[in-house]
Design a protein around this ligand. Structure first.
Ligand SMILES: C[S@@+](CC[C@H](N)C(=O)[O-])C[C@H]1O[C@@H](n2cnc3c(N)ncnc32)[C@H](O)[C@@H]1O
Length: 197
């Protein structure tokens, strides 16, 4: 309950950054992490982690394997995250900055799962997707959550175009109705320009 209250408070403080009144429901989170392999030691970067809906599903799937980095720039939500998931590396920072630091440290992600809002994904010159394409491991995937009812708004269409500019394959999942509001997931693979170390 604390996490739902904290999330709703964040929405009231900053609706454009929080971009949802409620955290994502488990079926949507599971859809967003579907590319995560069941074996091995995958690296997961969980962007705009909020109070941890996606984070919880990633932790359940990893069962102690691999590495899980959660990025959230609201300090109150980041504190909730770290308390809920002491084994997750919580980075309280702007997503662009955090990904640049990960790239500089040589990290490559098997899955980057993003709940980041339009402010970070939609502006063509400042979208985070080129950075996520560089962060992707060979065979890695990037997923982006999106509310279904606004998918055809100009800003949302630009999100899809930005993804397509950075990845050779972008697939939109079926609508997950068991979410408030219903949502889809964009699944992007094969960064354009090949794999760069
Ligand atoms: C729609 S919520 C998604 C939360 C969670 N992943 C979920 O699905 O319930 C978007 C989150 O992104 C965070 N956020 C917005 N802009 C950000 C940025 N530039 N860097 C890092 N986090 C950001 C917000 O604070 C918010 O927690």
């Amino acid at each position: 309950m604390t996490e739902i209250k904290e999330f709703a408070r964040a929405f009231v403080r900053s609706p454009l950054h929080t971009a949802a009144l409620l955290p994502s429901f488990p079926p949507l989170c599971r859809q967003a992490i579907a590319p995560l392999p069941d074996s091995g030691e995958p690296v997961v970067v969980d962007l705009g982690a909020g109070t941890g809906s996606v984070t919880e599903e990633v932790q359940t799937r990893l069962q102690g394997r691999g590495r899980h980095i959660a990025v959230e720039f609201d300090p109150r939500m980041a504190a909730v995250l770290q308390k809920r998931f002491p084994d997750v590396e919580v980075v309280c920072a702007d997503a662009h900055r955090a990904v640049e630091d990960l790239l500089a440290a040589g990290v490559r992600a098997d899955l980057s799962v993003s709940g980041l809002p339009w402010l970070v994904t939609s502006p063509r010159e400042r979208t985070i997707f080129p950075l996520l394409a560089r962060l992707a491991a060979p065979h890695g995937a990037v997923t982006q959550l999106a509310h279904a009812w606004i998918r055809f708004f100009p800003a949302a269409r630009q999100v899809q175009r930005n993804l397509e500019a950075s990845f050779e394959e972008v697939v939109v999942t079926r609508t997950v109705w068991l979410n408030a509001p219903p949502a889809v997931v964009y699944v992007a693979r094969r960064p354009r320009g090949g794999y760069r170390r």
